[in-house]
Ligand binder design. Structure first.
Ligand code: SF4
Length: 263
């Protein structure tokens, strides 16, 4: 839930979610439609689909209990090294490094003298360094401290070396290169007549919460008068949503029936 979403926004959803689905088994046995309804308002609905799939896997392969080793977690769908290590370190107290983008930046700067974020070291190099630096019996505190330094002090654009507890041991501390402003290219979001595709997906989903719809029923959700362009854009959005497991489509053309998946 917290992926690309602020914790303060997640807090209420999280409690309501746990009330509705108190275990992996409860989540696994719910329909996809119910899972998406419960997720309503949080956005990035693919996360709900992935969580639902994960709950089914954990229920089938591990009798509803989350495995406690990084290797077993990484064998589950949608769980990479970062998530697996974070879970076993923070939840189960195991001594493993946890490397997110912030930690990668802090360690790149501390160990090597780098001039900009584009010179950050490779994932592999950083995981190796992170493992070698891990203090005995203090992995959880250490990993969280590095994450905090990365998000609060050693930021990508303006590292505050004067406030940093690592500055005496940092190869890049007070580098003059940090004063150079760099431009970042803004990603242009796909949109229809200025409305981002993400918002159109949200509108479609909201409409489907009330029951299945025909293709033509959804066309008024798009603005503009160019009917052919609207149909083309809607077809593209629906294809992506079907691919993500968020909707099911039956039939063809304008009478196509669109619904939330029931399984
Ligand atoms: S001293 Fe500066 S560059 Fe080094 S880790 Fe701290 S904030 Fe980052």
């Amino acid at each position: 839930m917290a992926q690309q979403t602020q914790i303060s926004r997640v807090a209420d959803f999280y409690s309501a979610w746990l009330k509705r689905f108190p275990s992996f088994k409860a989540l696994a046995s719910a329909s996809r439609a119910d899972v998406l309804r419960q997720w309503s308002g949080l956005g990035y609905n693919n996360r709900a689909v992935r969580l639902h799939q994960l709950a089914k896997e954990i229920t089938n392969r591990h009798r509803g209990k989350l495995p406690q080793t990084a290797d077993e977690l990484m064998a589950l769908p949608g769980i990479g090294k970062y998530t697996a290590h974070a879970v076993v370190c923070f939840a189960f107290g195991q001594s493993l490094p946890v490397v997110d983008v912030n930690v990668r930046r802090v360690l790149s700067r501390t160990v090597w003298n780098i001039r900009s974020s584009s010179e950050m070291k490779s994932e592999n190099e950083i995981w190796n360094i992170a493992a070698a630096l891990l203090p005995k019996n203090k992995a959880s505190d250490w990993n969280q401290a590095l994450m905090d330094i990365g998000s609060q002090i050693c930021t990508a654009r303006k590292p505050k070396c004067g406030e940093c507890p690592l500055y005496r041991n940092c190869a890049s501390a007070f580098s003059p290169a940090f004063a150079v402003k760099f431009r970042t290219l803004k990603k242009i979001e796909p949109h229809h007549n200025g409305t981002p595709r993400r918002l159109i997906r949200g509108k479609i989903l909201k409409t489907l919460y009330t029951g299945p719809k025909r293709f033509n029923d959804l066309l008024p959700l798009l603005n503009g008068n160019h009917a052919a362009a609207k149909r083309k854009f809607l077809r593209g959005v629906l294809a992506l949503m079907e691919n993500d497991g968020i909707i099911e489509m039956h039939g063809n053309g304008t009478s196509m029936r669109i619904a939330l998946p029931e399984t």
